[in-house]
Design a protein around this ligand. Structure first.
Ligand code: ACO
Length: 377
């Protein structure tokens, strides 16, 4: 039986992430997301996702130090990025730069634990540097070097804005990375697992997942949410906008999820992070529009199980942190690389190459027609 979008079809076993879409619950390796966001750091959560257990103090220190040592980009990668068109989307720049790492590091050692650890460290360390580097390069500036004295998230914001971030901004950003780090077998993670199943190198696995995340039905929706809020522009116009969109069968960006039939727990947390930032740095008028959209959508879309997803409030948080809109999805990728790498390892531990089947609907065997005998048009 054909199942479009593979809805409800299990294609692997996994011990990484558990979602209860009716209760609005999300756990990484058994730990509730809200607890991780409150108590953990992004790098500690990354370790947990990839190796299955919380690190000891010395394991975490070693992991953090290794990542700090590998944050810089080779001048060759930076020079390559300088050749990218400044008008290109940063997700395309990231996909190309991530794939280029495969040129620098051997691809034939994916059963060697040392190679796996090094690849994890390199990808977690270098992806943020790539995102920040492209941002400066496209403005005609030289990328700035990572600062060894700054932790992971603070260093990323520093590389992006050239200013040391406020501690609250850095902590909120780190918590956002925790929330986006993993979400079971969504499109980009499935893409990562399919690519991993061919036994190619981890850089190709991540590049393939980045390409999949870029689409507006997946990670790219966070950019479209801000565009939608700006188009609505005022809370009192939210209801009419929604009614028009529903009549025209246009999707409301940042709403709906294949797994959740209630409000995405990450949306609830992101909304509270946005409020923390607004309390400290001043509000954003688009937040009132967003709240009006959520309220007005509840009677219209709620009965179909369509509520805000992770992308609905994340853009408002990033906007308040001064991050340009087209970097929202690359930031999602900075975080999700943790989940993709966890799935890469899990796929390799019990690998069988993905090769689904199809229901053929094309022509049966046909008779060849020579070029000069074909109908002219
Ligand atoms: N706005 C309005 N109606 C919606 C929405 C929405 N955002 N999402 C789903 N629906 C409706 C559909 O129109 C459809 O209605 P119908 O049965 O009357 O035709 C029904 O709900 C089922 O929709 P599908 O698109 O088939 O649901 P699916 O599970 O395939 O899609 C998806 C999930 C892609 C997330 C969808 O809800 C959507 O396009 N949302 C908007 C884009 C978005 O926010 N994406 C980010 C998702 S989170 C992430 O990937 C990180």
């Amino acid at each position: 039986m054909l199942r479009p979008g593979l809805e409800g079809v299990p294609v692997t076993q996994s011990a990484i992430c558990d979602i209860d879409g009716n209760q609005g619950e999300l756990n990484y390796r058994g730990y509730p997301i809200a607890e991780l966001a409150a108590k953990s750091s992004f790098l500690e959560t990354t370790f947990l996702l990839i190796w299955g257990e919380l690190p000891s103090a010395s394991q975490l220190r070693d992991f953090e130090e290794a990542i700090q040592m590998h944050r810089r980009l080779s001048f060759r990668v930076r020079d390559m990025m300088k050749c990218f068109p400044a008008s290109g989307h940063p997700m395309d720049a990231l996909q190309s730069s991530a794939a280029s790492l495969g040129l620098f590091y051997s691809r034939r050692a994916i059963d060697d634990p040392e190679y796996i650890y090094d690849a994890v460290v390199r990808l977690i360390a270098k992806i943020p540097t790539m995102v920040a580097a492209f941002q400066l390069i496209r403005k005609g500036e030289d990328p700035i070097r990572p600062r060894d004295d700054l932790p992971y998230s603070a260093n990323f914001l520093y590389m992006l804005t050239e200013k040391e971030p406020d501690p609250l901004a850095a902590r909120v950003f780190d918590r956002c990375l925790i929330l986006h780090a993993e979400h079971s077998l969504n499109a980009s993670t499935f893409s990562a697992r399919v690519t991993a199943s061919t036994l190619t190198d981890p850089y190709a696995v991540i590049a393939s997942a980045v390409g999949t995340l870029a689409g507006p039905l997946h990670g790219g929706a966070n950019e479209d949410v801000i565009a939608m809020l700006e188009e609505i522009n005022s809370p009192d116009k939210a209801k009419a906008y929604l009614e028009r969109a529903i009549t025209k069968k246009t999707k409301i960006m940042g709403f709906g999820h294949r797994e959740y039939k209630v409000k995405d727990p990450r949306a609830t947390l992101l909304q509270s992070f946005a409020e923390d930032l607004f309390a400290r740095f001043g509000t954003d008028e688009m937040y009132n529009v967003a709240k009006a959209v959520e309220n007005e959508a509840s009677p219209l879309l709620g009965p179909k199980g369509i509520y805000p997803n992770v992308d609905f409030y994340s853009g408002l948080v990033y906007r308040k942190l001064g991050i340009p809109r087209d970097l929202f999805t690359p930031i999602f990728a900075i975080s999700r690389v943790a989940g993709w790498l966890a799935h890469w390892r899990e796929q390799l531990s019990a690998n069988r190459i993905f090769r689904p089947t199809q229901i053929y609907t094309g022509a049966k065997t046909r008779t060849w027609v020579a070029l000069d005998e074909r109908a002219k048009n």
